[in-house]
Design a protein around this ligand. Structure first.
Ligand SMILES: Cc1cc2nc3c(=O)[nH]c(=O)nc-3n(C[C@H](O)[C@H](O)[C@H](O)COP(=O)(O)OP(=O)(O)OC[C@H]3O[C@@H](n4cnc5c(N)ncnc54)[C@H](O)[C@@H]3O)c2cc1C
Length: 496
C-alpha cells in the first residue's frame, strides 16, 4: 500500500470496530493518515465481541469457524507480523460432526481422510471428491486472491484478470445445489457439501457454484480454533491498528454525518462535532445511510426491501455444570430437512417447525473458556430477519435444542445443569449493531448480489464517504470483512 506524503495525510474517521473497521483503520494508518475509530460499544469486535460471566464462562458472541486461515495470515503479513505472534491456532480433529436422523458424519482433519470417508459412504465418491476439490481450489485461488480484492465499481475491473479468461471454470452461472448433485448421490454427502454456503446467507438453490471455494477454504485448509477464543483475533487486529497509530474511542456512537458541498465535514458524537477529511463507515450500511440526509443516500428504503438479507439467528450462551460427553467442538444438528428451514428463512419468514441448529462447545478444546469440569455451550438457530422474537418463543426453541443434544449425546437433565444462560436474537442485533431487520451476517451472496451488484463501497454524492464491511464488497464472513477494510483503505488513498 502506498505511503502518503505529509500533504496527502488525511484525518480519517472509521465508524465501528468490527473486523472491517479494524482492518480499514490498520491499513489507513499504515498509509500515514491520522485515524480515529468511533465504536458505540465499550470493546472492539462488533459481532465478534466477547463477554465473561461471574461464574467464569468466556463467550465469543459471534463467529466460531476460523476458516481461510491464509487470508487472515495475509492481514498480519501486510504488517510484518504473524497471527502466531498473538495467539495459538489449533487445528480441530474432527473438524465437526453432522447429525442426521439416523446416522452421523464426522469430518476428519486431514484431506486424505475426508476423501476416504467419501469413498466409504458412496462408492466412487472419493475420486469425485478429489475432482470437486480441485475445481474448488482453482475457484478459491482465483476468487479469494483476485476477485474479492476489487472495489467493484464496474465489471471492467475483471476484464484483464485471470477471471475473465476462466469464467466457465468459475461456475458463476450454475447453481450450487445442481452442481453438488452432479458429483454426489448420497444425501448425507450432498448435505455436507452444501453446508458451507449457508455461511454466505443463501440457499444452495440460489447461490452460484463459484462458492464451492468455501469447501476448499474450510474442509481442505481445515477448521481452526484460536486458543482463548475468536476474540483473540479481534484483540490482535486492534493491536496492529494501534501500532500503526490508529486511536480508538469506545462508547462513542456516531449520531450524524455533517456535509457541505458534497463532502462530509464532521461527525456528531454525543452532541459534539469532530472534523474529518474522510469517513469510512464499517457500521451496517443501511444504518450508516440514516446518518445523512435522504437526498444524499446511495439507496432508498425501497432498494433495501428488495434485497435478500443473510439470516438473523437465535443464539443461546449457556454455562453447563458437568461435562457433556460425546459432543464435539462443532456439531451441526441436521436431523430435519434443510429446505424446510431455508424456506422458513427466505420465503415464509416464520419460525421453523422443524429446525436445524448448530452447537459450539469450545470448552472441548480450550480449558480457559469454562470453569473446571463445566462446558461452554453456544447454540445457534438461523432465522428470517425481522421476525418477532419474544422470550417465550426463544425458550421453546432452547428446550427443543437441548432435547436433541441429549438424544445425541445420551446426557440427561441438561436444563437443570444450566449455570449461566443468556439468549440473543433479532431485536438484540437491531439494538446492538443497528442491523437492518436484525440481520446477523449482512447481505446474501446470491448472483444478483455479488461484486458490482453489491451496495457500493463509495457514496455517489459525497466524495469522501466510504462504506466497508459485510454489507458491501466482497461480502459476509470474517475473511471477507478483513479484505473489505483493505479495499476501502486503498480507495481512500485515491482521494485528492
Ligand atoms: C452469530 C454469528 C456467527 C458468525 N459466525 C461466523 C463464523 O463462524 N465464521 C465467519 O467467518 N463469520 C461468521 N460470522 C460473520 C462475521 O462475524 C461477520 O461477517 C463480521 O464479523 C462482520 O464484520 P463487520 O466489520 O462488517 O461488522 P460488525 O462486526 O457488525 O461491526 C460493525 C461495528 O459498528 C458499530 N456501530 C454500528 N453503528 C454505529 C454507530 N452509529 N456509531 C459507532 N459504532 C457503530 C457496531 O457496534 C459494530 O462494532 C458470524 C456472524 C454472527 C452474527
Amino acid at each position: 500500500m502506498m505511503m502518503n506524503t505529509e500533504s496527502s495525510r488525511k484525518r480519517i474517521a472509521v465508524i465501528g470496530s468490527g473486523f472491517s473497521g479494524l482492518s480499514a483503520a490498520a491499513y489507513a494508518a499504515k498509509s500515514g493518515h491520522e485515524v480515529h475509530v468511533f465504536e458505540k460499544h465499550d470493546q472492539p469486535g462488533g459481532r465478534a465481541r466477547q463477554f465473561k460471566t461471574e461464574e467464569g464462562y468466556l463467550f465469543d458472541m459471534g463467529p466460531s469457524w476460523y476458516w481461510m486461515p491464509d487470508i487472515i495470515e495475509g492481514f498480519f503479513s501486510d504488517f510484518d507480523c504473524k497471527a502466531a505472534d498473538y495467539f495459538k491456532l489449533v487445528s480441530l480433529d474432527p473438524q465437526f460432526e453432522m447429525i442426521f436422523s439416523k446416522e452421523k458424519i464426522s469430518v476428519p482433519e486431514k484431506n486424505e481422510d475426508i476423501r476416504e470417508l467419501f469413498e466409504k459412504t458412496e462408492s466412487g465418491a472419493g475420486k469425485k471428491y478429489d475432482q470437486f476439490m480441485q475445481s474448488a481450489q482453482f475457484k478459491y485461488e482465483t476468487g479469494m486472491k483476485d476477485f474479492v480484492t476489487k472495489p467493484c465499481y464496474s465489471w471492467l475491473e475483471f476484464a484483464s484478470l485471470k477471471i475473465a479468461g476462466s469464467a466457465l471454470k468459475l461456475d458463476l452461472l450454475s447453481n450450487f445445489r445442481k452442481y453438488v448433485s452432479g458429483y454426489f448421490s448420497d444425501p448425507k454427502l450432498r448435505s455436507l457439501m452444501e453446508f458451507p454456503v449457508i455461511f454466505l446467507g443463501a440457499s444452495p438453490r440460489n447461490i452460484p457454484a463459484l462458492y464451492s471455494l468455501m469447501n476448499y477454504g474450510g474442509y481442505v485448509l481445515g477448521t481452526k480454533y484460536p486458543m482463548g477464543g475468536f476474540y483473540q483475533l479481534v484483540m490482535a487486529m486492534k493491536d496492529v491498528a494501534q501500532k500503526q497509530g490508529a486511536a480508538f474511542h469506545f462508547n462513542h456512537e456516531v449520531q450524524k454525518l455533517n456535509t457541505e458541498n458534497g463532502k462530509v465535514v464532521s461527525l456528531t458524537v454525543d452532541g459534539k462535532d469532530y472534523e474529518f477529511d474522510a469517513v469510512i463507515a464499517s457500521s451496517d450500511y443501511h444504518h450508516t445511510e440514516t446518518l445523512i440526509s435522504k437526498s444524499l443516500r446511495n439507496y432508498n428504503d425501497a432498494y433495501w426491501k428488495t434485497k435478500t438479507f443473510a439470516p438473523s439467528c437465535l443464539i443461546y450462551y449457556l454455562g453447563i455444570k458437568g461435562k457433556i460427553s460425546h459432543l464435539k467442538h462443532h456439531t451441526l444438528f441436521f436431523e430435519n430437512e434443510l429446505d424446510h428451514h431455508i424456506d422458513c428463512i427466505y420465503i415464509n419468514k416464520k419460525w421453523p417447525a422443524k429446525p436445524l441448529f448448530y452447537a459450539c462447545c469450545p470448552s472441548k478444546t480450550d480449558p480457559d473458556v469454562a470453569p473446571e469440569s463445566c462446558e461452554n455451550l453456544f447454540l445457534l438457530l438461523p432465522l428470517a430477519p425481522g421476525i418477532h422474537d419474544e422470550e417465550a418463543v426463544r425458550e421453546k426453541y432452547l428446550k427443543e435444542m437441548l432435547e436433541r443434544i441429549e438424544k445425541h449425546t445420551g446426557e440427561t437433565d441438561l436444563v437443570s445443569r444450566i449455570q449461566y444462560k443468556r439468549s440473543y436474537c433479532v431485536s438484540d442485533f437491531i439494538s446492538d449493531y443497528n442491523a437492518y431487520q436484525g440481520n446477523a451476517y449482512g447481505l446474501s451472496n446470491t448472483l444478483s448480489q455479488t461484486a458490482v451488484l453489491k451496495p457500493k463501497i463509495r457514496n455517489k454524492k459525497i466524495s469522501n464517504l466510504f462504506y466497508t464491511g459485510q454489507l458491501t464488497v466482497p461480502g459476509p464472513g470474517v475473511p471477507p470483512s478483513v479484505i473489505s477494510g483493505k479495499i476501502v483503505a486503498q480507495e481512500v488513498n485515491k482521494l485528492k
